[in-house]
Design a protein around this ligand. Sequence first.
Ligand code: CO
Length: 156
Amino acid sequence: MPYRYVVQIGDEVLRKKSEEVKKFDSELWALLDDMKETVRAEDGAGLAAPQVGVNLRVVVIDLEEGFFEMVNPKILSFKGEQRGEEGCLSVKGKHGVVTRPNKVKAEYRDRHGKKHTVTGTGLFARCMCHEFDHLDGVLYVDRAEVVYDNAPQEAQ
Ligand code: CO
């Protein structure tokens, strides 16, 4: 399970609309395994395939609620609003203030192609919105009301 390099803002792979996964095969499983290793090595909450240079609709989320592998995810409904800070492994050294829905219901397929639905609130909802945006070439800085440089002690 090799770590994969996380591409940074400015790379056009982050700006493309990613394609749906059609084959739930060993190539997809290797991508998911590598994304898990990478998001943990980077101490992130989530990672989308374009961030490792692959324009496929694949996301991993690593939070208290558990570790989720989400293939071809889609938001079914959302509710409420939360305003808070956000960062991204592809925009190192910065954070910003973004308003997102507070509750998100989504469907996705697992690595075997089986369909699931999940409802997340708070950070989980924020994380789904952020990661799913990556699949359409959208970065949080596009939605942020303000973006700050991290303080020197937290600069990466
Ligand atoms: Co991100």
